[in-house]
Design a protein around this ligand. Sequence first.
Ligand code: LLP
Length: 409
Amino acid sequence: MELINHRYCIDGVDVLDLASRYPSPLFVYSAATIERQYRRLSDAFAATRIRLNYACKALQNINILRILCRAGAGLDAVSVQEVRMGLLAGFPPERIVFTPSGVCMEELEEAVSLGVHVTLDSLSLIEKFGLRYGTQVPVFIRINPHVMGGGHLKISTGHKGSKFGISYEQTAEILELVRRYGIQVEGLHMHTGSDILDLNAFFASADIMFRTAAQFPSLRFIDMGSGFKVPYKPDDYQTDIVQLGAQLSAKFNAFCQDYGRELTLIFEPGKFMVSEAGYFLTKVNVVKQTPITTFAGINTGLNHLIRPMFYDAYHHIVNASNPEGEVKNYSVVGYICETDTFAWERPLPEIREGDCLVFQNAGAYCFSMASNYNARLRPAEVLVRDGRDFLIREPEVFDDLMRHQIDLG
Ligand code: LLP
């Protein structure tokens, strides 16, 4: 978003103009930013054979999936519904990896029938899978590397106490099941966490991965998950993609040489692809002075953007209606009947009722984690592409809330 002649614009489209033409609140996504992020990451890993599978849990609108599909991405899907969305968007099944956590055999069978790669994440599932498919269907196996990484405990998934994957210390048990049923293991998978600050967490996981992978002779893929940290604040730290790409590619190439075959390195970025592409346009319902602070109450809440409340996440806010107003401190809060604070005592240009406040980094895990709590409707979504804006999701209406209720009278 850039300030042009005192007006905020998203790829040349005026934010206040969008706010006036569409219902509020509104999610807006920049196609160019998503394409740029895809290129940045693939360029960083140009020295090795890489596949970037978009983790579509971050943002699932079919138009976003299509942008990434056209750019050349694969898809990381964690439910069979995400698999179906990916197929609808045009991803060929061989470019989709199903990496769920703790699913039942029926869901896995459905994914197999759709022709995508599947990942097993427990010994018990390997056993069931072996009994059902024997040598017929190749699989990925998710390993837990016992590495702590991630911006918040809730999004750290590779540590010893986490539910994800099979401990790398249980490799002998995995191998025993694999031998017993003749299972073809075509890939190993790992995902250490999200918002990883320290490159060493990636390297430590990679070391465990390569050591484990050496014991599986028929691999084609090594899937390192994701966790790239994007900037949320102005001048925020972000994963040094160029350095990571150079160092990890070199480690991976060396591993392939020892292994005796060129494998494909997979990453599954969600945030990196779409976080910065998203903007959430909201409106100020009320400015309320209390003895403690000045609240700006906006027409949304934790039902639409839960990250600040759930992960203590920082989202940068701008006042698009008064970009050069006098800066004062405001506590920006939602309209939900719970404490849903987006920002406490945040310096912002003077806020008046009716102003348009814009949240940045609203692409990843914002709409996709939205709910109908308090019987609130989920907002519309707009895509900005080539200097034009397109409605890509209708705003919900009251009937949507009642659609699946059965009234017993
Ligand atoms: N692969 C797997 C298996 C995952 O579980 C995830 C995210 C990703 C890839 C993508 O990670 P990313 O590139 O987005 O860091 N809702 C949280 C993030 C939860 C991530 C869950 N898994 C948030 O808003 O910060």
